[in-house]
Design a protein around this ligand. Structure first.
Ligand code: SF4
Ligand code: SF4
Length: 352
């Protein structure tokens, strides 16, 4: 009997049809020893002498999907978005989801030029008072951690810009005198770019509530992809909101005294959040060696160094990712990704 293999899956040898087509096998999940179990089960059919099959995984799984990598920096202007975009473009098409969480100043779309397919308005629930029920007891003001409600004599003031929409006041109002209305804080755009699934959040101008929008943006995470989160700069609440839940955080810095200082702050933040981390040193041939000394002292791996390169600056100014202008950088980003992946699965990453 000839041996058959087919990308459709397992073949029943005598009828020469995939077993899935014959409804003998509807669905299965491969997990550790399940393949062997399946082979034994199929061989048990009358007339089946051997089983051959092929397993097909989506690209996200092949490159090690189901991982969330945040790209952050202690300060702006270090090349964080450049690293995030070029890393995304260096991985297999279809495997990556790119999420721009820098909702106050999103700029990754300038380099990825995504086709936007959906724009969704995003708001948070803010309280309104039913004066006919309110007894002005002041409990809502006491419970609000953000000082967004004040009760003054027979007035309840709600300061929308301070309200985080947590709902505590309406939940605890003894008179059920609080109802909620939606206040738009920004939009979420979804689309794709060159096979990369793309999401960004755009905060309304003057809106101070970045964190709730980042939370909403992160609800779009596709768990079967390699998810790259481009964080806002700094170490304030929006950055924490972005990086929390990441499997790994890549910190982009440059070798200057300011760079080291802000790197230290970012490292402190990640240590509190217990997120594994590594460093990319941008413009690595300028400044001094303090970044290397600091990383050595903290046992933080430097995973990539990018020297000053006029071609990179030129492609940035044209809005073109440098791996597209100069594909010789792609293997270096592939290597960076391997190191991150190894760190996530528990192998210590090798320093560059
Ligand atoms: S908790 Fe309710 S009843 Fe008391 S002041 Fe606030 S809105 Fe009025
Ligand atoms: S919803 Fe939360 S943040 Fe907003 S006013 Fe009520 S308690 Fe304060």
């Amino acid at each position: 009997m000839p041996c058959h293999t087919d990308p459709m899956g397992l073949m029943r040898m005598d009828l020469e049809h995939p077993i899935i087509n014959l409804s003998l096998l509807i669905h299965f999940t491969v997990c550790h020893s399940t393949v062997l179990f399946l082979e034994q089960a199929v061989v048990a059919f009358h007339g089946v002498e051997a089983v051959a099959g092929s397993l097909v995984a989506d690209e996200g799984s092949v490159v090690g999907g189901n991982m969330i990598i945040s790209i952050a920096s202690g300060k702006g202007g270090t090349g964080k978005t450049t690293i995030a975009v070029n890393l995304a473009l260096s991985l297999p098409k279809g495997a990556v989801q790119f999420i721009d969480c820098d909702v106050e100043e999103p700029n990754s779309h300038l380099f990825l030029t995504p086709t936007i397919r959906q724009v969704t308005s995003m708001g948070i629930p803010v309280p309104r008072i039913d004066e006919s029920r309110c007894t002005y007891c002041g409990k809502c003001a006491q419970v609000c951690e953000y000082h967004a409600i004040a009760v003054i004599l027979k007035n309840v003031l709600v300061i929308d810009e301070l309200c985080h929409g947590c709902g505590a006041c309406s939940y605890l109002c003894p008179e059920k005198a609080i109802f909620e209305v939606e206040r738009e804080i920004g939009i979420i755009q979804t689309g794709s770019s060159n096979g990369i699934s793309f999401v960004n959040g755009v905060l309304n101008v003057g809106e101070p509530m970045a964190s709730p929008l980042i939370r909403k943006v992160k609800e779009r995470i596709q768990r079967d992809k390699v998810v790259i989160l481009d964080a806002p700069p700094g170490t304030a609440c929006p950055v924490i909101e972005t990086v929390k839940g990441s499997d790994f955080c890549l910190l982009v810095t440059e070798p200057t005294p300011f760079g080291v200082n802000d790197l230290e702050l970012a490292v402190g933040m990640l240590e509190k959040l217990n997120i594994p981390k590594g460093v990319v040193v941008n413009k690595s041939d300028m400044g001094d060696r303090e970044v290397w000394n600091y990383c050595d002292s903290k046992n933080i791996p430097i995973l990539m160094e990018i020297p000053m390169d006029r071609k990179i600056a030129e492609s940035y100014s044209k809005g073109i990712p440098f791996v597209i202008e100069d594909p010789s950088y792609i293997p270096r980003f592939e290597d960076l990704f391997e190191k991150i992946k190894n760190s996530i699965i528990g192998k210590s990453p090798e320093k560059e």
